[in-house]
Design a protein around this ligand. Structure first.
Ligand SMILES: Nc1ncnc2c1ncn2[C@@H]1O[C@H](COP(=O)(O)OP(=O)(O)OP(=O)(O)O)[C@@H](O)[C@H]1O
Length: 357
């Protein structure tokens, strides 16, 4: 059975420190949901509250319509995978996975079938008699995953499960976890500080900062329509430019760093703003008469499919713009003068509090 998980007015204090502030959201049944944010933002605290390792003093957490606040950790039917695998070194792979079933008085035959099935799902059946010390980090983490799913949990919780693996294995395990989760349809709550991993693996993401959820949405919207400057800065790369919103002949312009960009949406406000533009959203032209931000290319970096150019604007501000190298496009020279233009549709404007306008 898989459940939706509801968080209602959740607060967590450690003494005077307010670690999670009024979290209100629902993880849908069968969803892969990620809590993402920098170190110390409260994501592990929230996960531990679901697991029962942290008390819930303010608000309620429910699985479906069952409030779990007072249910002890071992009765919550939760599967957990941690960063450090937490598997028993003296037990075989089989016994490690079977361990979670022992406390559940499941017959020997059924237990064996379930362990083998879980090992098959993580593609580790042939290693069942090995000791974990003779397995690689990725294989050990697959055992931890098998142990978490063998109990057929109502909710699967994962806390930075890929952090100890090298870059290549991380990508491989990410795909295994994603496929397995889709196949089993278990409601999964995943914690990471790695934005790329979160974008790749999740159905939806909650971005957190200082105990407060900043935005909850599907990866594409989090990336393309960040709710505020913090989310824009934390997810991917963005150029942040200080500017001023000005109306001229009924049109809105954003004046910044000696140039101006038109902003063809309604903006009731005139005054200081922050603009954000991702490197891939900027457009370069050699035509110095065009409207935009004028600068000089001061560094170019080859990144496979595209070039990343560092551009020093006339007032010394540095920004980055990417250009695809396909279609025989001319590469640009260091020292070349350019104008950075931006399609008004992709330009984000934030007020002084960092909220999107
Ligand atoms: N047992 C505790 N007692 C006091 N403060 C705590 C305790 N556990 C966590 N904190 C504090 O609460 C805040 C949130 O911690 P939490 O572990 O939830 O953050 P996180 O987002 O998971 O960070 P990380 O990625 O570093 O684990 C941090 O400032 C942390 O120092």
């Amino acid at each position: 059975m898989s459940y939706a998980v509801h968080f209602k007015e959740i607060d967590k204090y450690y003494g005077d420190f307010h670690a999670v502030k009024n979290a209100n959201f629902t993880v849908k049944e069968g969803e892969f949901f990620t809590l993402l944010g920098p170190s110390g933002c409260g994501k592990t605290t929230l996960l531990r509250m679901i697991a029962g390792f942290n008390s819930i003093e303010g608000g309620t957490i429910s699985f479906g319509d069952k409030v779990i606040n007072k249910i002890p950790a071992h009765k919550r039917n939760i599967g957990m995978v941690f960063q450090n695998y937490a598997i028993f070194p003296h037990m075989t792979v089989f016994n490690n996975v079977a361990y979670g079933l022992k406390a559940r008085s499941i017959g020997k035959k059924e237990a064996e079938e379930r362990v083998l099935k879980a090992l098959r799902l993580v593609r580790m059946e042939e290693y069942k008699d090995r000791e974990p010390s003779k397995l690689s980090g990725g294989q050990q983490q697959r055992i931890a995953l098998a142990r978490a799913i063998v109990i057929e949990p109502d909710v699967l919780l994962m806390d930075e499960p890929l952090s100890n693996l090298d870059a290549k294995l991380r990508l491989e395990m990410r795909t295994i976890i994603k496929k397995l989760q889709r196949e089993l349809g278990i409601t999964t709550i995943y914690v990471t500080h790695d934005q790329e991993e979160a974008l790749a693996i999740s159905d939806r993401i909650a971005v957190m900062k200082l105990g407060v959820i900043q935005q909850i949405d599907v990866p594409e919207n989090i990336y393309k329509s960040p709710a505020n400057a913090f989310v824009a800065g934390f997810i991917g790369t963005s150029n942040f430019l200080k500017g001023e919103a000005v109306k001229e002949n009924g049109k809105v312009y954003l004046h910044a760093h000696g140039g101006k960009l038109s902003y063809d949406r309604d903006l009731a406000y005139e005054g200081p703003v922050t603009l954000s533009l991702r490197p891939e959203e900027g457009v370069l032209t050699k035509n110095l008469e065009e409207e935009g931000l004028r600068g000089t290319i001061t560094l170019s970096t080859f990144l496979g499919d595209f070039m990343n150019y560092e551009i020093t604007l006339t007032d010394g501000t540095i920004m980055e713009v990417n250009e695809y190298t396909k279609d025989g496009k001319t590469l640009r020279e260091i020292g070349e003068e350019v104008v950075v233009k931006a399609d008004a549709a992709v330009l984000k404007v934030y007020n002084e509090e960092g909220q999107v306008m």
